[in-house]
Design a protein around this ligand. Sequence first.
Ligand SMILES: [Zn+2]
Length: 135
Amino acid sequence: MPRPKASKPEEPVKLKVKKGDTVEVISGKSKGVRGEILSAFPKENKVIVKGANLIVRHTKDKPSNKPGAAGSNRVIKGGRVEKEAPLFASKVMAVCPACKRPTRVGYAYKEGEEKLSRRKYRVCKHPDCGKSLDV
Ligand SMILES: [Zn+2]
């Protein structure tokens, strides 16, 4: 039975990389930087990569409002703070944990499982590797 073609609702972009992955930045000012993904924002198609896309923030000294610090005149010291800014997920490539090369991400299914419950997992696209990226 042919199903009526329903127009797909807007889905959040499925990122091929996720928190905890090691990635390499392939374009922009942090090109070549390798680091771990600290946060992923699938809705914005952005990720924060440790040590990449650093921005410098200048902060002022401000009084600490930590409990217990009353009367001790504690301040949070301001200064120059380097912080990672989100970058587009399309600017990074997953680094394969097996061959240590940046790779495009492919998908495969775990064999021997029921079709409905089988798990999709990510694989390295290098033809001489093909190892799972989800270790
Ligand atoms: Zn590989």
